[in-house]
Design a protein around this ligand. Structure first.
Ligand code: HQG
Length: 183
């Protein structure tokens, strides 16, 4: 596995399917690295190395992963869909506006339902339009949605920020977006 493949593999196991290799994650998302290496071996013919894992963590463009202070455990800092994990994010007031990049073809549905977390635990938002652009373009022709985040927060919605600065919220009603009021 090259570094990109390893990063995708780590995302898959640590965010979505730890059970696929029988890896136990605690509620904060931590899994034991030695166990991850051992249990990955049947899936990945060449054994993963500590150094490769460390490099994938350090070089992750979005800082997706974290290694524990004692060096023994690893977790994804956001993006989970697995019910085994429930990270205890601290609530935080967001900036005035946040961005969400999506595909143009999802817009009608988003206008009808607002932004929903879909398979993941939260809707992911960013302060950075460039990031929103690249996130949205994974699914097709991109559309950037502007979210009136501080207003939402002031009206009672809880916002969280992951270690890698991604903003998280349970859902975004369409009235807080620049898509119009229809709900
Ligand atoms: C869309 C990446 C129809 C939503 C990024 C998105 C992010 C709706 C898709 C992280 C909808 C879900 C997450 C509705 C939302 N109707 N479509 N009502 N509400 N959607 O991948 O935000 O590279 O689960 O717009 O950096 O794209 O993986 O979420 O297009 O932080 O580390 O449903 O993934 O990080 O897609 O991306 P996703 P996302 P990584």
């Amino acid at each position: 596995m090259n570094e990109k493949e390893l990063s995708k593999y780590l995302s898959y196991i640590l965010r979505h399917k730890p059970e696929e290799i029988g890896l136990e994650l605690d509620s904060e998302g931590w899994g034991n690295i030695a166990e991850l290496i051992k249990k990955s071996q049947p899936v990945n013919h060449a054994p993963l190395s500590w150094a490769a894992i460390q490099a994938a963590v350090t070089n992750s463009d979005k800082k997706r992963f974290q290694i524990s202070d004692d060096g023994l455990k690893i977790r994804a800092v956001q993006g989970h869909s697995t019910a085994a994990v429930n990270l205890s994010f601290a609530e935080k007031a967001p900036p005035a506006f946040l961005y969400h990049g999506t595909a143009l073809r999802f817009i009608e549905s988003i206008k009808a339902q607002g932004l929903l977390s879909q398979e993941r635990q939260y809707v992911h938002l960013t302060e950075d339009q460039q990031t929103a652009e690249s996130v949205g373009s994974r699914y097709g022709k991109v559309k950037i949605i502007i979210i009136d985040a501080l207003k939402m927060h002031n009206e009672g919605f809880k916002f969280y920020q992951a270690e890698n600065n991604v903003w998280l919220v349970n859902s975004v009603p369409v009235r807080y977006t620049d898509l119009g009021d229809a709900e």
